[in-house]
Structure formats: structure tokens, C-alpha cells
Design a protein. Structure first.
Length: 105
């Protein structure tokens, strides 16, 4: 399996859609669906009827998954950057294309 360019814990910038320009942290990566869940971004609401487990009912708000192509890793200055892989000291590391800095190593 190829290494992922976006991983859990990365700070990302949303590139398109209703949350364009907003920044958040990746909470979950869904590689089979090519989606990511970002904290505080793409909030969806579900109206729930009262039930045995939830007698009050109400509106549930949660982060819905975004397609991975809609987000970019944020560089140290907070701007979006692409990611490439380089081998440093025998290890494959992710590198920010704009700054040339290693993201995780």
C-alpha cells in the first residue's frame, strides 16, 4: 500500500466547498472512500425523534467526511501546500513542496 499524503493529526486547509479557506485537524482518514474527517469542518445536522435511548430527541451535529481532494496540508505559515515524498537517512518522509520542510520527520 502506498503512503498517505494526508494523515490523522495533520493540520489541513479546505480548498473548496462551503468551508473553503478554513483550517482544521484531521480526526480520521477513510482511505477506502478517499475521504477525511476534519474537526469543526463540514458540520452536518440530523434531526432525531425522541427514542428510548434519547428521550429528549433534538438535533445531532457532527463532522461529516470530506473528499480528500478538497483539502491540502497546511504549511508552517498556514497556507496550503502539496506533499511529496523524499528518502532521508533511509526513511521515506513527507515533505512540503512550498517550503521543502519535512512534515513528519
Amino acid at each position: 500500500m502506498a503512503s498517505a499524503k494526508i494523515k490523522k493529526g495533520d493540520t489541513v486547509v479546505v480548498r473548496s466547498g462551503k468551508d473553503k479557506g478554513r483550517t482544521g485537524t484531521v480526526l480520521q482518514v477513510l482511505p477506502k472512500d478517499d475521504k477525511v474527517v476534519v474537526g469543526g469542518i463540514n458540520i452536518a445536522a440530523r434531526h432525531r425523534k425522541p427514542s428510548q435511548q434519547n428521550p429528549q430527541g433534538g438535533i445531532d451535529r457532527f463532522e461529516a467526511p470530506l473528499h480528500i481532494s478538497k483539502v491540502s496540508v497546511a504549511d508552517k505559515d498556514g497556507k496550503p501546500t502539496r506533499v511529496r515524498f523524499e528518502v532521508k537517512d533511509g526513511k521515506k518522509v513527507r515533505v512540503a513542496v512550498k517550503s521543502g520542510e519535512a512534515i513528519d520527520g
